[in-house]
Design a protein around this ligand. Structure first.
Ligand code: NAP
Length: 254
């Protein structure tokens, strides 16, 4: 699949590792200027930046759970780039907090951290992105959700709730931003082979997870990145508000 994002500026949260890093590389190879964020892993961010090759690429530190950090990000971003064509809300946290095994303090903490990073963070990213995209009268926002929003997340209920919230938020924003030629797309992966899922994908439990799909495997981050690029391409705006599953038929819904 060949993509051309020449002269496009892309901002990706969580580009230091996993799906975000592979997505950043795809956009850079397709000619885009790529800005991406990391939370704390500077080494990984530097590694990703090197992999992007020559071009006006940059990374910024960001704590999605902190609204001031997001506002600062957009200030620094706007000092370097004069437009924002594509926002990929990719970064998220995935904290275990089984209801029957977690004390109340940790339960509260997991819910608070998860909703702040995974739902309020992307909402604030969309807020600031719209301030750039509306005057441009163009833009594409791609929000990474999860199969867990539909299938349930028994060990990470706040994560499932945050992703269900992303779905609803994205659909609301799709309605209000469409008249400004801004589309909002939602991608819901099942398990993807990244560090986020690494623990679960090891050993016997990993084999059972792979068998959830009739393909007998989980997704590679490149497969998710390609889907992001498809929705970021010209001519896809009429799919705005839609949720696309990428889970190898491991969870089917109609
Ligand atoms: P990952 O490998 O764990 O990488 C997470 C990225 O997010 C890193 O770049 C990390 O930065 C950044 N990040 C973490 N906490 C942050 C915070 N508070 N503020 C800002 N950035 C933060 O994740 P992934 O597996 O690529 O997941 C990417 C997206 O796909 C997420 O939305 C996830 O929910 C979704 N997803 C993943 C799977 C899966 O099985 N992997 C399945 C369904 C959906 P540092 O490198 O600095 O820590």
């Amino acid at each position: 699949m060949k993509f051309d994002f020449t002269n496009k500026t892309v901002l990706i949260t969580g580009g230091s590792r996993g799906i975000g890093a592979v997505t950043a590389k795809l956009f850079a190879e397709a000619g885009a200027q790529v800005a991406f964020t990391y939370a704390g892993n500077l080494e990984a961010a530097e590694h990703t930046l090197n992999a992007l090759g020559a071009g006006n690429h940059a990374f910024f530190q960001l704590d999605l759970a902190d609204p001031t950090s997001i506002s600062n990000l957009f200030q620094r971003f706007s000092e370097r780039y004069d437009r924002l064509d594509i926002l990929v809300n990719n970064a998220a946290v995935h904290l275990p907090h089984k209801i029957l095994e977690t004390d109340f303090e940790n339960w509260q903490d997991s819910w608070s951290q998860t909703l702040h990073a995974n739902l309020l963070g992307p909402a604030n990213m969309c807020y600031f992105a719209s301030k750039i995209m509306v005057p441009q009268q163009s833009g594409k926002i791609i929000n990474i959700s999860s199969r867990g929003a539909f299938r349930g997340e028994p060990e990470n209920p706040a994560y499932g709730a945050s992703k269900a919230g992303i779905n609803s938020m994205s659909q609301s924003l799709a309605l209000v931003l469409a008249p400004h030629n801004i589309s909002v797309h939602i991608i819901a992966p099942g398990y993807v082979s990244t560090e986020m899922a690494a623990d679960k994908l090891e050993g016997e439990s990993g084999e059972a997870i792979k068998q959830q799909s009739p393909f007998g495997r989980v997704a590679e981050p490149e497969e998710v990145a390609r889907l992001v690029a498809v929705y970021a391409s010209e001519g896809m705006e009429f799919t705005s508000g839609g949720i696309t599953d990428i889970n190898g038929a491991s969870y089917l819904r109609s």
